[in-house]
Write a protein that binds this ligand. Structure first.
Ligand code: AMP
Ligand code: MG
Length: 396
């Protein structure tokens, strides 16, 4: 193919942008907060209440006036009268006077008149109505009203991935439902004559279909809806038949059959009977990826090598499907990392004591490298990383 009629060897960023440009704009919907895990927040979220809603105790103990307790020690305990009790959900509704305290429990509102807490470990009962403090009460053991967030404050920004802590935060802000991007419906197909269902007896030369399982998991984690197309052998007719079953999908995602081999029919199918937006990305692993169109739907063809398919999903496909940018951070290199002249490398790295080192086996067939590694270490085209240099990494 001396002059292919489509771009070849695009950059990772170009690949991501070209895929995004082919995807439909799905709009937004609101869903129950408990079902929002992995989705992309579609609008800013304001706190509907303050948290804590009132100044409250952080400990179990007594609440007193700090000034009444300053002289307390194990040798000379301070004696206070117990005026009542404040517990979570049932506040003490009186005012606490000088020389008095209330029993208080974690999360219980601090009554009027007191400002400090002495923990239960430092208390000793002195008859039914009095208590001895072996230590001064401490104002730092209260949680001030609005210390987490205040009513009306914008706490979460549109575009955030709703991780488990963020789902919890949205609920704490008072949102029973949250606005999210609609789910991308992704039809998923794996290909390859040698690829078989996990659990079946394996003949020599065969391999279990790990890509379909891994990609389906990553799609679900990303808040996408998966339309399972199963697996197709390496023949143009079976690929066409399998892709034809993608009714209702917004995009097709395939694994395998896109590199230079004679049996790489996915690529042929797009080149000869569909359309191609690009073929090959300047990255390793993952170089052979292809983007095109089939029957009016965008198709992203991932390479079959297990590490390649999951890494390309991670750095190109997921951000395009969800609108969630790839999150990277900087770490110092504990080992050198090789650079590639005209490709961005995504080496598997292990993080130890705040530094990232080479995982070791970096072949694109070594699936264990993805499972065992902590991060992808990004080495830009033409660069190489020496020990002690700072590198960009993407957590796995
Ligand atoms: P291909 O991209 O089709 O040339 O496949 C490249 C390599 O990835 C070959 O060694 C395949 O056996 C392997 N492979 C392809 N598809 C899968 C899959 N779904 N699960 C695991 N390995 C695969
Ligand atoms: Mg194949």
């Amino acid at each position: 193919m001396p002059h292919p009629p489509f771009p070849m060897h695009v950059s990772v960023t170009e690949a991501r942008e070209m895929l995004s440009a082919l995807l439909p704009a799905l709009g937004t919907e609101t869903v129950p907060v408990a079902q929002a895990l992995g989705r992309t927040l579609a609008a800013d979220l304001e706190a509907r209440v303050s948290h804590p809603s009132a100044t409250e105790s952080a400990l179990d103990g007594i609440a007193a006036r700090e000034t009444d307790t300053l002289s307390a020690s194990a040798e000379t305990p301070v004696r206070l009268r117990i005026a009542g009790e404040s517990r979570a959900g049932v506040p003490f509704d009186g005012t606490v006077g000088a020389g008095e305290c209330v029993r208080i429990y974690t999360g219980a509102p601090l009554p009027a008149g007191v400002d400090a807490i002495c923990p239960v470990e430092e208390l000793q009962d002195d008859g039914p109505e009095h208590v001895l403090l072996r230590r001064p009460a401490f104002p730092g053991d209260v949680r001030p009203e609005g210390g987490d967030f205040r009513a009306g404050e914008v706490v979460m920004r549109a575009g955030l991935r709703l991780s488990a802590p963020r789902v919890a935060l949205a609920a704490a802000l008072g949102h029973a439902r949250v606005p999210v991007r609609r789910r991308m419906r992704v039809a998923l197909l794996s290909t390859g004559d040698e690829v078989i269902e996990p659990g079946l007896p394996l003949k020599p030369g065969q391999v279990y279909d790990s890509n379909r399982v891994g990609l389906s998991a990553m799609l679900q984690e990303s808040g996408c809806e998966v339309i399972e197309l199963g697996h197709a052998p390496d023949s143009p007719a079976s690929l066409q038949a399998a892709l034809g079953a993608a009714g209702g999908a917004n995009v097709l995602l395939t694994s395998g059959g896109v590199s230079m081999g004679r049996y790489d029919f996915m690529r042929d199918l797009l080149v000869e009977h569909g359309s191609v937006s690009f073929w090959k990305v300047r990255m390793r692993p993952g170089g052979p990826a292809i983007l095109g169109g089939w029957n009016g739907l965008p198709v992203f063809g991932l390479p079959g090598n297990p590490v390649s398919s999951l890494v390309v999903f991670h750095v190109i496909v997921r951000p395009a499907l969800t609108g969630q940018p790839v999150q990277s951070l900087k770490l110092r290199a504990a080992t050198p990392f090789r650079g590639l002249k005209d490709k961005t490398a995504f080496w598997r790295g292990v993080i130890r004591e705040g530094e990232v080192g080479d995982y070791g086996a970096q072949g694109s067939g070594i699936l264990r490298s993805l499972s065992d590694a902590d991060a992808l270490v990004i080495v830009p085209e033409g660069g190489a990383v020496e020990v002690g240099e700072v590198v960009d990494v993407v957590l796995l």
